[in-house]
Write a protein that binds this ligand. Sequence first.
Ligand code: ATP
Ligand code: MG
Length: 180
Amino acid sequence: MTEEKKVGLLIVYTGNGKGKTTASLGMCVRAVGYDWQICIIQFVKGSWKYGELEGVKKLQPNVELNVIGEGFVGIVDDDKSFEVHRQAAKNGVALALEKIKSNRYQLIILDELNVACDLGLVSEEELESIVEARQPDQNLVITGRNATDWLIDKADLVTEMKEIKHPFQQGILAQKGIDW
Ligand code: ATP
Ligand code: MG
């Protein structure tokens, strides 16, 4: 029989389907039920919308949300240089290390860190330093498309959200309460 033992897990939500950030928000709700302390670091500024920003406020004082980053990289109105995005990502890595090492949180969520890695804003070495800093009893969640093979190998739990259908394919735009 498996003994119930309290361990921290390294959890990865990746893939091209919808639900990665919402899965991590679901974990927050569950963790707040036990009065855990939770730290979220959002690696892409602006990726969180009104609904979740306001929703997380209702989970106070348990959830701390930190926004770093300089917005979406390389799309529409992005006029910032790679270096500006790189510096923001570096600040995010430093903050993640500080929060992990503080040992104040039972759950740490690094939202869209995989995307920052994929874009070359966070190096493999930086990702490794974050993962290696995790304490054995801490739960660390990393979300975003295109998780690296190294991270997938290292993680205890990996779920790939796979798009089967998305309303966008029918021309239905993002919906209040569902997407934002
Ligand atoms: P969510 O925040 O809804 O959990 P996600 O974190 O899995 O989504 P991201 O890759 O971070 O997805 O994309 C963020 C936004 O893009 C969300 O508003 C989501 O609705 C939308 N989106 C996610 N997956 C798809 C898809 N397969 N096709 C079109 N839009 C998508
Ligand atoms: Mg997301």
